[in-house]
Design a protein around this ligand. Structure first.
Ligand SMILES: NC(=O)c1ccc[n+]([C@@H]2O[C@H](COP(=O)([O-])OP(=O)(O)OC[C@H]3O[C@@H](n4cnc5c(N)ncnc54)[C@H](OP(=O)(O)O)[C@@H]3O)[C@@H](O)[C@H]2O)c1
Length: 333
């Protein structure tokens, strides 16, 4: 059985995570940012992963509505979800490209197709993720949720930033945005010894594992920011956020008997994807974020990530282990 290094708190079980999400929505904050006066996204090319559903679909619509050329990277929904975005946004500048994050060996071809087909995006939104009902291995023997929610994003970033692709990007600083979750605060530490090793877990631990992989994601995002911005000026902004509870398809793997109840709770208490995508739009478009990096938002509020995710030593170690895992997989092929 997989041991989940967690504090057994707010995000430990599916029920507690749902309740925490609902309670968070009622907390009012004075220092909210707003989308008012946001610059147009005309001339911006923006990649959105997981654009077929929930937050990613709503984000794509809103970005297209604001004038961006949206590239929807999806596992399903070609061409109907792209047609939907065109119709609802009134924009024709919408393209689609297939992406399956669980298929590790397909990632280099995806990066190449993206660069050759569209050039390097000005903004990359890494949104796709899943909550698996149980641990299950992908072809390479790694846990699927580890791959989709963390490792494939590490690999994809490495593919995309190869050879300084933004060196001719003009006046604007490119942005990379990771959609994470407040549940990244739950794990006590990173399990360095067990990193990348598949150990089965069941539905009881799946939400805790989800939070754990979000901690890995944010630790990697901070390291990416440090690596891309080692000089005096910010060359690429790396941001992250938690959208709060979203009425999406994220609980699609929950047991069938709970589905009607979940639908009801999500429908009543959770935010619509259209509303929930506002922090993503803010981080993608706001002039106030120009030249900044390493920032995190929860709902429409700037906030510090958990300090574990910001520790440079942990970031370096995670990056190194992820590189080693990538080499090992390559050698096994
Ligand atoms: N919902 C919430 O309450 C909540 C709270 C905090 C954070 N978040 C985060 O918000 C983001 C969006 O999730 P959501 O709530 O919008 O859930 P969703 O409706 O389930 O959307 C998830 C998206 O990820 C895609 N995806 C899943 N596995 C993939 C794979 N192997 N390869 C490529 N794409 C894959 C899905 O594609 P298919 O349509 O093909 O399955 C879908 O487009 C996630 O990062 C999630 O962790 C959600």
């Amino acid at each position: 059985m997989k041991e989940v290094p967690s504090r057994k708190e707010k995000y430990q079980s599916p029920a507690r995570a749902t309740l925490t999400g609902i309670l968070d929505l009622f907390k009012r904050s004075a220092d909210q940012v707003s989308l008012e006066g946001m610059p147009s996204l005309e001339g911006k090319k923006i990649l959105v992963t997981g654009a077929s559903s929930g937050l990613g679909l709503a984000t794509s619509m809103e970005l297209a509505r604001r004038g961006a050329h949206v590239i929807m990277a999806v596992r399903s929904g070609i061409p109907e979800k792209g047609e939907l975005v065109k119709r609802k946004s009134g924009s024709e500048k919408v393209d689609m490209i297939p992406l399956d994050l669980a298929n590790i060996s397909s990632l280099p071809a995806f990066a190449l197709a993206l660069k050759q087909g569209f050039g390097m995006p000005d903004v990359i939104i890494c949104n796709a993720a899943m909550v698996a009902k149980q641990g299950r291995p992908v072809k390479e023997g790694l846990d699927e949720m580890f791959v989709v929610n963390y490792f494939a994003k590490f690999l994809l970033m490495n593919e995309l930033i190869k050879g300084d692709p933004w060196r001719q990007s003009g006046t604007h600083i490119p942005r990379i945005i990771f959609v994470a979750s407040e549940s990244h605060r739950n794990p006590e530490h990173i399990d360095w010894e067990g990193f990348g090793t598949y150990k089965p877990y069941g539905i009881k631990d799946s939400v805790a594992m989800y939070g754990y992989y979000k901690l890995l994601l944010l630790t990697m995002a901070n390291e990416l920011s440090r690596r891309l911005n080692s000089g005096p000026a910010v060359r690429c902004s790396v941001f992250a956020l938690c959208p709060g509870p979203v009425n999406s398809n994220i609980a699609r793997e929950a047991p069938r008997v709970f589905q009607p109840l979940l639908k009801l709770v999500f429908g009543i208490f959770f935010r619509s994807p259209k509303k929930a995508c506002r922090p993503v739009i803010y981080l993608a478009a706001s002039g106030a974020m120009e030249g900044r990096t390493g920032e995190y938002m929860f709902l429409m509020q700037r906030k510090d990530m958990d300090e574990k995710a910001m520790d440079p030593e942990k970031g370096r170690r995670l990056w190194q282990l992820s590189e080693e895992l990538s080499i090992n997989i390559h050698m096994r092929e």
